[in-house]
Design a protein around this ligand. Structure first.
Ligand SMILES: *[C@@H]1O[C@H](CO)[C@@H](O)[C@H](O)[C@H]1NC(C)=O
Ligand SMILES: *[C@@H]1O[C@H](CO)[C@@H](O)[C@H](O)[C@H]1NC(C)=O
Ligand SMILES: *[C@@H]1O[C@H](CO)[C@@H](O)[C@H](O)[C@H]1NC(C)=O
Ligand SMILES: *[C@@H]1O[C@H](CO)[C@@H](O)[C@H](O)[C@H]1NC(C)=O
Ligand SMILES: *[C@@H]1O[C@H](CO)[C@@H](O)[C@H](O)[C@H]1NC(C)=O
Ligand SMILES: *[C@@H]1O[C@H](CO)[C@@H](O)[C@H](O)[C@H]1NC(C)=O
Ligand SMILES: *[C@@H]1O[C@H](CO)[C@@H](O)[C@H](O)[C@H]1NC(C)=O
Length: 741
């Protein structure tokens, strides 16, 4: 078997059909809009159908087959071949996809194994509607559940071999679609003995602007820690979404368990984005297909906000043509651009159609509209005079005929308190609005919304960039050009100079995997061009070039110690993430300063994961060693087996370069690594530190870093710390350093 650049931890076991089977047993699906849009009241434009099967379609929604019955973006296709018919959002390009990785894993119980025979299938489907509320500006849709299961448990125990299926859900849209994930109505839920659940996104498609919500749950093998109804990191985790920039696309990932002994008991791990009230954890969900029984046949319900994304509300006092009901008003969307229509207070119904908002008869709802006097409904409110002979306000329940002075005081106090609360509320709401607006602006807004996460470029689009005046470098992969792309900005285009196209769809598989890796310290793959012999890759462009240039170019001022520490901490964090977080564990295999790029603020980003390595693989087979020998784990050179510890070794060399500002060379006996190891034995490593630093405190800190590097460079692979440990230790050093400054 050939060496793959990524290796995988073993994950779960037990035979389980992954299809979302079985009927709902214990779900509490409260369909949106069922109550608000009451029978009898029109909810559509005249002459337009108002239903698809059991699902009401209030305007601006309408059947795609009936032009004029919907606002652009709100078209719904109704499929009559089902009974009852089913409704799907038909906005072009809006879809959810489920990526299924199927692979054979093999390895001993206690080590990272290998993956072979990976098949990836992507199923793209439109969103199926469960309900629509035009009054709330929400739709409820079915979403898939991400899961990781093993399909041949018995065989696994005997042969250490298993096939895994991993479903990853992502929402794709060709913006600006009307729909964004609701941040208030959904939660992320992870379920399993030892599960990592994650929602990731690049906000507004903006490069490098990533959003993560993660949760971990670990039972540590003790089932008694799990409690029914409690989703508190024991078998179940459930963070709510922090208020953040709008998510118009996201993916849900799941990973776990890591403890191999759990293979026997852990059937599957799950992650889902689901309506917050829908899921109630119960311990049987940790076994067998209990959870699947609860999942509706088509997935789990979650909520999307909608708004009219183009245009905005007219100036104060002028009616909005879209908010057609006389008793409605126009309001800015709470998230994202655009606006929504709402009924005025004390009205309900569909604000988007003429006469849609109807007066609420408050007297029929005494629970919501209290009245201790005589209730009289009137348009836009109600009166509640006290009985004859009484004084006070029936609405606040203060009708009384005695103690008028006390009454006044009470009423005054209540009035005062309500006034203060209202003022406070208004201030808070306004602050929140401004903050959300700022977040939105800061994050680049809708200008980049059009870009998909991975873009397929046409050859002509990249052609202008591939000119000699744009040439910025040459690496193991090929030539790199700098250019500017419309809507995207500066990019680095990597063009392979030799190699060959990979067999079957390995390249496509790798692109899918890579596109799902979003981390602030990993150079983002924007897209690729497949219209050429060997695919060209388009990455985000980083202005300050590579760490190699900066450390070893004498024209550049030496980096401050805190910048170097920060770089080490961030790079370690990214490598630890790649090794331990993503469900497809990606090894780098060629960690070196030339592959660490820096942006304007000296934020480091690792480049050249995965894909580039696959492309040059052909050449590696014939002669050259994979990666750069100066940074290469000697154990890897001996055994040819790339492990996580190989990256740890290479990272150790990077630390040495950071603290010495000397370039590692691959000369047996006198290279940077050998010098350091020799100096370490003789207790004189400080002699090798960059002489830009002389303060005792700085030297002590460099000594600590050197200590970590020396451990990373241990000959015995098992003595080397894991990347997670390295990241934690460097972070601790960094934090103690910056608190001292
Ligand atoms: C309706 O659903 C069936 C079954 O999934 C599918 O074959 C058919 O193409 C759908 N029809 C439309 C109009 O989408
Ligand atoms: C991948 O697909 C091939 C061809 O369909 C099949 O023979 C093989 O068993 C699949 N491998 C896995 C791990 O599903
Ligand atoms: C894994 O277990 C085997 C014996 O089962 C042992 O020889 C080997 O050293 C272990 N490897 C690690 C990395 O712990
Ligand atoms: C793995 O789980 C078993 C119980 O299932 C427990 O005894 C063991 O300590 C766990 N191992 C680790 C490394 O957490
Ligand atoms: C949780 O509830 C289920 C029934 O819904 C029951 O079978 C199970 O034993 C309960 N678990 C605990 C820890 O109480
Ligand atoms: C969730 O389940 C627990 C235990 O089964 C129960 O006490 C609780 O009321 C349930 N919560 C909801 C919202 O159904
Ligand atoms: C609504 O958004 C527009 C710009 O889109 C802005 O000018 C206006 O002030 C906003 N209105 C409120 C009430 O925030």
């Amino acid at each position: 078997m050939s060496i793959t650049p990524w290796h995988y931890h073993s994950q779960t076991q037990l035979l389980l059909p992954l299809l979302l089977i079985a009927l709902a047993a214990a779900t509490r699906l409260v369909v949106l809009g069922a109550a608000a849009e009451k029978q009898g009241q029109p909810i559509t434009l005249p002459g337009c159908p108002d239903k698809c099967g059991d699902i009401s379609l209030p305007f601006p929604f309408g059947l795609a087959a009936m032009p004029g019955c919907f606002l652009e973006g709100f078209e719904v296709s109704c499929n009559d071949s089902f009974d009852p018919p089913r409704a799907f959002l038909a906005y072009p390009g809006l879809s959810q996809s489920v990526t299924r990785y199927s692979y054979i894993y093999s390895g001993a119980a206690n080590i990272t194994g290998r993956v072979r025979d990976m098949n990836i299938t992507v199923v793209v489907a439109p969103f199926e509607l469960i309900g629509v509320s035009s009054a709330k500006g929400e739709v409820q849709v079915y979403g898939a559940v991400a899961s990781v299961c093993s399909t041949n448990a018995d065989n696994f125990v005997k042969t250490r071999q298993a096939t895994y299926l991993v479903d990853t859900l992502s929402i794709n849209g060709e913006g600006p679609s009307p729909f964004l994930l609701s941040m208030t109505r959904n939660v992320l839920v992870g379920i399993g003995w030892d599960v990592d659940a994650m929602v990731s996104s690049s906000i507004g498609g903006k490069v490098g602007n990533s959003y993560f919500l993660t949760c971990e749950s670990d039972l540590r093998g003790n089932l008694h820690d799990a409690t029914n109804g409690s989703c508190s990191r024991r078998g179940c985790c459930q963070p709510s979404f922090p208020e953040a920039a709008p998510l118009d696309r996201f993916s849900v990932n799941v990973d776990g368990p890591y403890n191999n002994t759990l293979w026997e008991t852990n059937p599957c791990s799950y992650a889902m984005v689901v309506e917050s009230s829908w899921y109630n954890f119960s311990t049987p969900d940790l076994y067998g297909d209990e959870l699947q029984r609860k999942i509706l046949p088509r997935g789990v319900p979650y909520v999307l906000d909608f708004a009219i994304r183009s245009g905005s509300c007219p100036p104060e006092g002028q009616p909005s043509p879209v908010c057609a009901s006389a008793d409605s008003y126009c309001a800015n969307a709470t998230r994202g651009p655009g606006f929504v229509c709402k009924c005025l207070p004390h009205y309900e119904g569909n604000p988007y159609i003429t006469g849609g908002c109807k007066d609420i008869d408050e007297c029929e709802h005494p629970d919501l509209y209290p009245c201790s006097g005589t209730c009289i409904n009137k348009p836009g409110g109600y009166d509640c005079p006290c009985q004859r002979g009484e004084k006070g306000d029936g609405k606040t329940g203060t009708c009384a005929d005695k103690f008028p002075l006390l009454l006044t005081v009470v009423v005054g106090a209540i009035g005062g308190i309500s006034f203060i609360s209202i003022v406070t509320l208004v201030i808070l709401l306004r602050k929140e609005k401004i903050k959300m607006r700022e977040f939105y602006e800061k994050n680049g807004g809708p200008t980049l919304q059009k870009a998909k996460i991975i873009k397929l470029f046409k050859k002509e689009e990249l052609k202008p960039i591939l000119k000699s005046r744009n040439f910025i470098g040459k690496g193991g992969f090929g030539e790199v050009y700098k250019g500017r792309l419309l809507d995207i900005g500066l990019v680095a285009v990597k063009k392979p100079i030799s190699g060959s196209v990979l067999e079957n769809n390995q390249f496509a598989n790798e692109v899918i995997i890579q596109s799902q890796v979003i981390h602030k310290n990993i150079v983002r793959l924007i897209g690729c061009c497949l219209e050429v012999d060997i695919p060209m890759l388009v990455y985000e462009f980083l202005s300050r070039g590579s760490l190699d240039d900066i450390l070893h170019n004498n024209n550049v001022a030496p980096l401050d110690l805190d910048v170097r520490l920060h770089i080490a901490a961030e790079v370690a964090d990214a490598l630890a993430y790649m090794h331990s977080k993503a469900h497809t564990r990606i090894l780098h295999g060629d960690v070196k300063p030339a592959n660490i790029l820096l942006d304007d603020d000296f934020m480091p980003k690792i480049s050249d994961f995965g894909i580039s390595r696959l492309i040059v693989r052909d050449r590696q087979h014939t002669n050259t060693v994979i990666g750069d020998r100066s940074y290469m784990d000697p154990e890897y050179l001996r055994s040819g087996l790339l492990t996580e510890k190989s990256d740890v070794y290479s990272f150790g060399v990077v630390i040495l370069e950071l603290i010495s500002r000397q370039q590692a060379t691959h000369l047996d006996g006198s290279g940077l690594v050998d010098n350091f190891l020799a100096a370490h034995k003789e207790n004189r490593v400080a002699a090798l530190f960059d002489n830009a630093f002389t303060r005792p405190r700085d030297l002590e800190l460099l000594g600590n870093l050197a200590g970590i590097a020396i451990q990373c460079l241990e000959d015995d692979v098992n003595q080397r710390p894991s990347m997670v440990e390295v990241a934690e230790r460097i972070l601790a050093i960094y934090q103690s350093h910056i608190t001292l400054i």
